[in-house]
Unconditional design. Sequence first.
Length: 325
Amino acid sequence: MNFWEAQAKARSRTTLYVFVFLLLTVAIALLIEYVVRQLAKEGYTQPMPYLGFLFLGVTLLIAGFYYLSYKSQGGAFVAESLGGKKVLPNTQNLQEQQLLHIVQEIAIASGQPLPAVYVIESKEINAFAAGMKPENAAITVTRGTLTLLSRDELQGVVAHEFGHIYNADMKISMRLAAMVMGFMLILFLGVRLLEGSLLFGGRQRSQGSNPVVIVALVFLLAGALTWFCGAILRSMVSRQREYLADACAVQFTRNPDGIANALRKISKMQEVRDMPRTGMAYAHLYLDNHSSWSKIFATHPPVEKRIAAIEGRTYIPDEWLNPRS
């Protein structure tokens, strides 16, 4: 199995998952309208599916706001929102100088524009690429990445992030992040509606079912369901792209040991988790991230599987090659 076969398999799986993501949003909108009409009955008899449209409108509005922010400000918007500091060409820090040199090398090897480079003051080994297109991309690494990795390992990590740029993973990831933001606001809106209806709807409650309470509860449950399903789908999409980016890291550096050894060091530091909490919506962008809840929420494959795929020169997991095993 070569680089390009691995890339084709990852792309086909990603297309399927993104389609399911969009289908989920529409399905929940229809479900909201149906459930409210069944529960409220004569309390909600509008001829048009206004609540379904409201759900879609709010979700797409918030998603669109973040999407336009990503599009206009590029990867710098994400990097700076997580506290990243831009590395300037005249930096006197030797580690940052080496980072800039490596970024320049991989930009040439991959044929991509030179991205902005940021550093986050985090002790763990991690990195991410963000932006809507190569021209406004930004690569961010943690201080732990600069301190704990050798030059070859750092080169593998940077090449991995360039793989996300090369394969347009960033655009997919930014869209998924924007949609998850929309789902989170629906959940927040449901909570606020419920609080308001319980606080000011006492008279209506005494006269029977309160349609506002019903709408609030349905929106609350819909927000929780879409966030839950959206988080799972986002993780599934992200897991496919990580194998692809690992393959690109080898393709650009011609050194599988660089990215493999970096992943080994990450596996030995699983207890160190100090990435900014404000970046939860962007966790699928990271070089490595695992949920403490369940494997279905893990935005990245197990490090051991990634290393095995790299060292086996398959660049994809065994289950892709033997789906029935």
